[in-house]
Design a protein around this ligand. Sequence first.
Ligand SMILES: Cc1ncc(COP(=O)(O)O)c(C=O)c1O
Ligand SMILES: [Zn+2]
Length: 463
Amino acid sequence: MTALACTGCGHTVALDEPRPFRCPRAGDGRDHVLARTDAPPWQPAAGPPVGNPFVRYRALAYPWHVARARGMSDDAYVARVEALDRAVAAVDGRGFAITPYRAVAPARWWKDETGHVAGSHKARHLFGLALWLDVAERTGLVTAAERARPLAIASCGNAALAAAVVARAIERRLQVFVPPTADAVVVARLTALGAELTVCPRRADDPPGDPCYHRFQAAVRAGALPFSCQGSDNGLTIDGGVTLGLELAEQHAALGAGGLAEPLQHVAIQIGGGALATAVARGLAWAHARGVIATTPAIHAVQTAACFPLVRAWRRVARGLADQLAAPVRPAAADATAGAADDAAAARWLHANAPPAAIDRAVTAAAAARSQFMWPWESAPHSVASGILDDETYDWLAIVRAMLATGGWPVVVDEAALIAARAAAHAGGVPASATGAAGLAGLHALDLPATARVAALLTGVER
Ligand SMILES: Cc1ncc(COP(=O)(O)O)c(C=O)c1O
Ligand SMILES: [Zn+2]
């Protein structure tokens, strides 16, 4: 059995909750996010991962647990995954499969999501949600009337495209809230997929933050179901994304079978809203808990110099911890674009010296006072990596926790580094966008020794 509980207040969600998306206590200034509480029992299969990840890792998926608890057989669940996967393939021309992981230099690996459904990793999150909706309907957790509720997402890029593909495949209405600056090609594709678009200019009376996100939240209040890639609005969105971390762990471990690879030491992950890194960190942690990998690599969050709210948050939490433990080193000032060496030194010191209980206390205290650590970026950012300019890192806390737990630290990259990383990806045969290659830019900026075993996630294709 597995459970879903709020990482902010501890509220536990019953397995038969018909809308287990958001903590009912959210909105009081504390950081409330529903998340899986445990590493569920899972017997990894031997050898490199093959097949559909949603079949392979189903015993770790929340909808599978709900399905089994409500009397659906494992075979019936697999049949549903396969049927929905065929529906996705009918819409997008490809279904879900383990994505490539390959060495590009000694001690350096790329995981390539550019050929994934809808051209990015995002469909993992949304297919996970689609499986839950399917199970809820088929096991009578919700009535057929629930289908009348539209799905909703705020995005103008990869997440919206993936949501539109998956929503079309499961024959659900999708409302997409986009900025006036949305790319015309993306808008045309969303429209062709049957999505209902609402353009969201900033209104004079809007609170700080993304106007598309405000309209999305209003739609959810009006009855739409959150079909988004933000764990704060739908904690279950992390569930499907975990497959990426599990694949990475299994693929790297499989290299070791020939004596080729020692454990991975660092993974750099580009951060927009934070669901990607939250999910990958969880997948790696679960793989570690089940013995797939002997150690968990250090997680490094990568943001652009144009907008780095998560870097700011990590520095504030890490500074508090360093002060409390009288550390000889401190992270850089929260707003500094430079300061990588200080961040690295502080992260290494904390990893070696901070007791897990002290980290726990610091993260719990941060959850209780969200606005002191995470608030909307003050100016409108511009970057070639336009997909990671979320003005808030909605899923910030889990990533801060994962960096502290693994000894990683965040890194800020500039435009030149992003452009160079995109060129390097293309030269290496991966047609990534600047957003998709931002993790690679981060890996370079980390300036680790050439012998350090490192991986980057190339998460989205250039459009
Ligand atoms: C290609 C790509 N990579 C990474 C990200 C970052 O993911 P997240 O917003 O979950 O942090 C995004 C979207 O935001 C994206 O489109
Ligand atoms: Zn809560």
